[in-house]
Design a protein around this ligand. Structure first.
Ligand SMILES: Nc1ncnc2c1ncn2[C@@H]1O[C@H](COP(=O)(O)OP(=O)(O)OP(=O)(O)O)[C@@H](O)[C@H]1O
Length: 718
């Protein structure tokens, strides 16, 4: 490569450019190979001879099914092909595949093959390594009945299977990729075509988040030109963003995908607060759309909007009174155009009214002369300082933040929301807007207001001319170049708001207003939506589904269901299913793949709630190697953090809504009844809380949980 880069002459200028491009590409590839990937090579499949001898672009045979006679009548067979699967593809000096990229078609049998439908795969091997050291090997036999040999020797089998090994590992505060053990039903979602909408439902722990992240990596592999920098993953909380952020870099896709929490989707505004369930219910609902439209128009009258306009034109004093101004404002606001873009229209209407008032309209019958007179009248008025100052005060350029601030006034909001919200609702919303900072639900309102208000075009700034440029004559060229660069910057900024593919995680939680916000970012996008209605914390799932359908438009949908719970052992999944039956009668819980033999523990508060929770958390810290999560009702978050002080950073306290999507080796769920009573969706939120543990669960109850003699709270009894 160095030799190629240093060669000064390679024939034509075209060849030189091509050489540069190739050296650049090779450099990128080398960089990726040199970066330390944990588990760079993680898989191997040993395959039977295929039906035909065709090879794909990655150099592997393409046949999915074995050739006739590949398995002999006495159930013996020879391994005809061995493929190694890794994070990125590597070819040998003859362009034969040394390592196949996990996303390449030839790698699909590694994920798709199952004992029920093995295809050509005999043995699937997962290799765990660190740097150059192999730490362990786990084999799965796809055809356990077969005696297969490789180069005349029997194929050895090691370990209990990769999936079980991966699931049993202790958890840290960041998610790991699952590239070595993706299961067949998950692989179907990851490799589904990008077009239109891919819709995935599955219960807790079925790998929806993991699948969504791997799908982003797969789409980048399929069409890098289209998707690099153009994929948005929307996550419900900053905690889940932080938890999942490392997965794509571990797959070699650093910085290509934007993962944003719902509270950080609007540039320049970051949610730091939560609303009470009753306020969240109002702010998230469609009803807010009407309220915001009214508020955006009403906010024009704030800031001591002037009550009359006085100007001097053609030597005469002209005046418009409050009533007239009000009529003009109403006419200007007619229709649904963005409020900030209506200012020129309002200005014209003001000038019309002043012109009328001046009586000059009847001075000329000749239309040309009349038009000339009118234009000099307009010029006269609009150059007057009074007129300019009046317009700025009477039709100010509004920002979304200013309108939300205006809504913080209770009397005003009651007026703007008449017949839409009841007075109690309006008061509570106004009060919540007086706090210092934005809530998650405010962010969607800010985004909606931006659409309602619009951004007026900015006048172009003149570039200062450098005297040196004038001397060299460069000034002739510079403005042109600068202009196109600026336009390009604006276009890029615009494109960044709209994405080519939008992935929505925990989609069941988006409120109607949040769907509108996310929809604006993917108007021309293809979509992947993953969620579980049984975990929805939104009180009106039908309203949210309607908003989702509106955001997606008429795009056709491809539906998938994930049915296996990889997170919870059966003992925990069984307990959680009791709450599922109450929260969503008739819905099916996913099947847990493993069992630990450790039953959930029930502790009853004896006196001090905090002391009991702390003791239970400390007990679990001794029993698991990884993390412990303590889930409490939202209002107890601060208190719970104090309870756990000094126990170290393996343990965290979480509000029920913050637990979404996260997992811990062990969890303490504090007062199921309190969590269930918190909001109309409380039972579904409790279902989320109970399904976070990978090893052990302790439920702490107090009086309101009505525990029985064994400490089992009422909500968790049969
Ligand atoms: N094929 C797999 N191999 C190894 N681990 C897996 C596999 N699929 C899922 N997991 C693990 O199972 C756990 C649950 O996955 P994930 O968080 O993606 O589930 P989810 O469906 O999003 O859950 P929830 O709805 O509760 O948020 C994670 O630890 C994930 O790494």
């Amino acid at each position: 490569m160095r030799d190629a880069a240093q060669r000064g002459q390679v024939g034509t200028p075209g060849a030189l450019a091509e050489r540069d491009a190739q050296v650049f590409r090779a450099g990128l590839h080398l960089n990726r190979l040199n970066s330390e990937y944990e588990d760079f090579l993680f898989g191997r499949i040993d395959l039977l001879r295929g039906k035909d001898g065709k090879k794909g672009p990655d150099g592997a045979y393409t046949a999915v099914e074995p050739a006739e006679g590949a398995v002999r009548p006495d159930n013996t067979a020879d391994i005809a092909e061995t493929l190694h699967i890794g994070r990125i593809g590597v070819l040998d000096e003859n362009y034969a595949p040394l390592v196949i990229d996990w996303r390449a078609p030839a790698a699909a049998p590694f994920y798709r093959s199952t004992p029920v439908d093995p295809g050509r795969v005999v043995r699937r091997r997962v290799i765990r390594s660190k740097g150059r050291r192999v730490l362990g090997v786990e084999d799965d036999l796809m055809r356990p009945e077969l005696k297969a040999s490789l180069n005349g020797r029997e194929l050895p089998v090691i370990g209990d299977g990769a999936l079980m090994a991966a699931l049993g590992q202790a958890r840290t505060h960041t998610m790991r990729d699952i590239v070595a053990s993706i299961q067949a039903e998950q692989d179907q979602v990851i490799r589904a075509p990008a077009a239109s909408v891919t819709y995935v439902e599955g219960g807790p722990g079925t790998g929806k988040t993991a699948v969504a992240l791997h799908r982003a990596a797969y789409l980048l592999y399929q069409d890098r030109r289209r998707y690099a920098g153009g994929i948005l993953i929307v996550s419900p909380t900053p905690l889940l963003v932080a938890y999942t952020e490392g997965v794509l870099p571990s797959l070699g896709e650093e910085g290509q995908v934007a993962i944003r929490a719902l509270g950080s989707l609007v540039d320049g505004a970051e949610a730091t607060l939560y609303d009470s369930p009753s306020v969240a219910r109002v702010k998230g609902s469609y009803r807010m759309l009407k309220v915001l439209r009214k508020a955006a128009r009403g906010a024009l009258e704030l800031n001591d909007s002037p009550a009359r306009l006085r100007v001097v034109a053609f030597g005469r004093r002209l005046e418009l009174q409050a009533g007239e101004l009000e009529r003009i404002r109403r006419t200007a606001l007619g229709g649904t155009a963005p409020v900030n873009l209506l200012r020129p229209r309002a200005r014209r209407l003001l000038l019309d009214a002043l012109w009328e008032r001046s009586g000059a309209a009847n001075r000329h019958t000749d239309p040309e002369l009349a038009a000339e007179l009118r234009s000099s009248f307009d010029e006269d008025v609009t150059s007057e300082d009074e007129f300019i100052a009046f317009l700025d005060a009477w039709w100010p350029e509004l920002t979304p933040a200013a309108v939300l601030d205006a809504m913080a006034d209770e009397r005003r909001l009651v007026r703007w929301s008449r017949r839409i919200l009841d007075q109690g609702e309006a008061r509570r919303v106004a009060r919540s807007l007086r706090r210092d900072g934005w809530s998650v639900h405010d962010i969607a309102l800010l985004d909606e207001l931006q659409a309602i208000l619009g951004t007026p075009p900015r006048p172009r700034k003149k570039r200062e001319i450098d005297p040196l440029d004038q001397l060299t004559g460069l000034e002739e060229l510079m403005p042109v170049r600068e202009e196109t660069q600026r336009e390009r910057a604006e276009r890029l900024a615009q494109e960044r708001v709209e994405y080519a593919h939008v992935i929505v995680d925990e989609a069941q939680d988006l409120t109607p207003m949040q769907w509108r916000m996310v929809g604006r970012r993917g108007r021309h996008a293809t979509w992947t939506i993953v969620g579980d209605p049984a975990q929805s914390s939104w009180s009106d799932p039908d309203e949210a589904a309607h908003a989702r359908d509106e955001a997606l438009g008429s795009r056709p949908r491809r539906r998938f269901e994930l049915t296996v719970n990889y997170r919870n052992p059966a003992e925990i999944a069984d307990l959680a299913s009791k709450v599922l039956a109450l929260a969503m009668p008739g819905s099916r819980a996913p099947r847990a793949v493993r069992s630990t033999g450790v039953k959930p523990r029930f502790a009853v508060v004896d006196g001090d709630l905090g002391a009991t929770v702390r003791a239970e958390a400390a007990r679990l810290l001794e029993r698991v190697d990884g993390t412990v999560g303590v889930v409490v009702a939202m209002q107890r978050r601060a208190e719970a953090r104090r309870w756990l002080g000094g126990l170290g950073d393996r343990v965290v306290a979480l509000g029920s809504l913050e637990a979404k999507g996260l997992e811990y080796d062990a969890t303490v769920v504090v007062s199921p009844a309190e969590i269930a009573d918190e909001s109309p969706a409380g039972l579904r939120v409790l279902y989320v809380a109970l399904t976070r543990a990978t090893q052990q669960l302790t439920v702490v109850s107090d009086g309101r949980d009505e525990p029985d003699a064994a400490g089992v709270p009422d909500l968790l009894r049969d």
